[in-house]
Design a protein around this ligand. Structure first.
Ligand code: MN
Length: 458
């Protein structure tokens, strides 16, 4: 199926796309407020959309706040200040949340473009969250194709978004069905980004470190410059960086590639890519801080230790304070540990105290024998209840990757870490009891609920 046919198929399956196309159409001039996620996917999605809005003669304002969920009060505040000059709001890559319905009281239409799992959909918004593995950069590319044509730079940005969000892994040959029509159409044009090279591996090379892609390196660069959705900024050690919003710099850098399409297609190294920028000194500096943090954090991860065995899985624990780039570095360390043990299923549990207040647990796995999302969900709910702070303690994820974030500034880590260890110990004891054949049917069910999903196979 061609990409065009695929988009038509989506339009039939999701008639809301016609309504969204109506909002974007150039028949009358509009002023559109765009909120997008502060990670490379969200930033690329906003860039692709804005490039179209510019061509169509619309006015727009882009906001890239440093939270994942868009707080409705933030929008209400901005609208109060700016009056009712906007004709529509786009919320991109920022979750599919029922609370977005509230915004229809202050602005309409509210367009939600997202690809994250949702427990409940907003009903009064124009929502496009299709079935199938995709990313918002590609969704934005598809939307523009409903009303106009995309060009080489849009293709480039969508590829970066897809790789940054782990939707595609070309080095491993992983291209999900949803992405295939797009990928097949553009891949020949971008062979320079997609052919394996022996060069500095990125944090995306987890199961091997010998080869990478220029696409991976560029995606990592945008991760570093944008803060990656984890707000890893470097203003604490650089006056000039303290003065600017790095996510906005990333957005500006993407837009500034307009006119450099043939140079992009001729790129052969990351240095060539950086050299295309008018602010290459700034970009390079950020990337150098990123790399030195990476080296430092990798050293810290040498202290990760074997906590115990959960059935077929090795469980490792890492604790640290202000650990930069924690889940990314932890993933690379995890991959290394697993390879050293003949690719054994392995879980890395990471606990970080933020010395400015709050803390953060990350969970990563090789192999889906333990359901990390369940563990994070149980822990975050337990802590949210204990502290009576459901908005300030959030968590969740999927089988292979999950997070618990504690935003309470005056919190000490004693209780959260105790709850974490209690949960890990419970899993450990259950796993031991399973080995000894001591669990009945109901207890086995409970063990699976708590995260020991390898028991489902038994
Ligand atoms: Mn995304």
């Amino acid at each position: 199926m061609s990409y065009k046919e695929f988009i038509e198929q989506q339009r039939e399956e999701y008639p809301v796309l016609n309504e969204i196309a109506e909002v974007l159409s150039s028949d009358e001039k509009k002023n559109i407020l765009v909120y997008s996620h502060d990670d490379p996917d969200g930033v690329a999605a906003a860039a692709i959309l804005v490039r179209y809005l510019e061509r169509a003669g619309h006015d727009y304002q882009v906001e890239l706040p440093h939270t994942f969920e868009l707080e409705t009060d933030r929008v209400k505040g901005l609208l109060k200040e700016k009056g009712d000059q906007y004709d529509a709001i786009f919320i991109m890559d920022k979750g599919t949340l029922t609370q977005y319905d509230e915004l229809t009281e202050v602005i309409e239409p509210v367009v939600v473009i997202d690809h994250h799992y949702t427990a409940g959909e907003p009903e009064d918004c124009l929502l496009y969250n299709p079935d199938g593995a995709c990313c918002t950069g590609l969704q934005s590319h598809m939307l523009v194709n409903l009303v106009d044509e995309t060009s080489d730079l849009d293709d480039f940005l969508a590829l970066v978004a897809l790789r940054s969000d782990w939707t595609i892994m070309p080095l491993k040959g992983i291209i999900p069905d949803f992405v295939e029509p797009f990928y097949e159409e553009v891949k020949d044009e971008w062979q320079n980004l997609l052919k394996p090279i022996k060069s500095r591996p990125t944090w995306m090379e987890i199961d091997q470190r010998e080869e990478t892609l220029l696409l991976n390196q560029i995606s990592e660069l945008y991760f570093a410059v944008s803060g990656g959705g984890f707000q890893y900024f470097y203003g604490d050690r650089d006056e000039e960086l303290a003065q600017l919003d790095a996510t906005e710099l990333c957005f500006d850098e993407m837009l500034a590639l307009d006119g450099s399409e043939s140079a992009l297609k001729g790129l052969s190294t990351l240095e060539d890519m950086i050299a295309l920028s008018d602010r290459s000194d700034l970009v390079e500096r950020i990337f150098d801080y990123f790399k030195s943090d990476w080296e430092w954090s990798l050293e810290l991860f040498e202290s990760a230790f074997h906590y115990g065995q959960l059935g077929p899985v090795d469980l490792y624990l890492f604790t640290g304070e202000d650990t930069p780039l924690m889940p990314m570095v932890g993933s690379v360390k995890l991959g290394k540990i697993s390879r050293q043990h003949d690719d054994k299923p392995t879980v890395m549990v990471m606990a970080n105290n933020d010395s400015e207040g709050g803390g953060h647990f990350s969970f990563r796995a090789v192999g889906d024998k333990i359901h990390l999302g369940r563990i994070a969900d149980i822990l975050s709910n337990q802590l949210a209840e204990e502290y009576n702070a459901p908005d300030m303690i959030t968590g969740g994820g999927h089988a292979l990757a999950a997070e618990v974030k504690i935003f309470l500034e005056d919190i000490e880590m004693a209780i959260p870490v105790t709850r974490l260890i209690e949960h890990l110990n419970k899993l450990y004891e259950l796993a031991q009891a399973v080995e000894a054949g001591e669990l009945d049917e109901a207890e086995l069910e409970e063990a699976i609920e708590l995260g020991l999903s390898y028991l489902e196979e038994e």
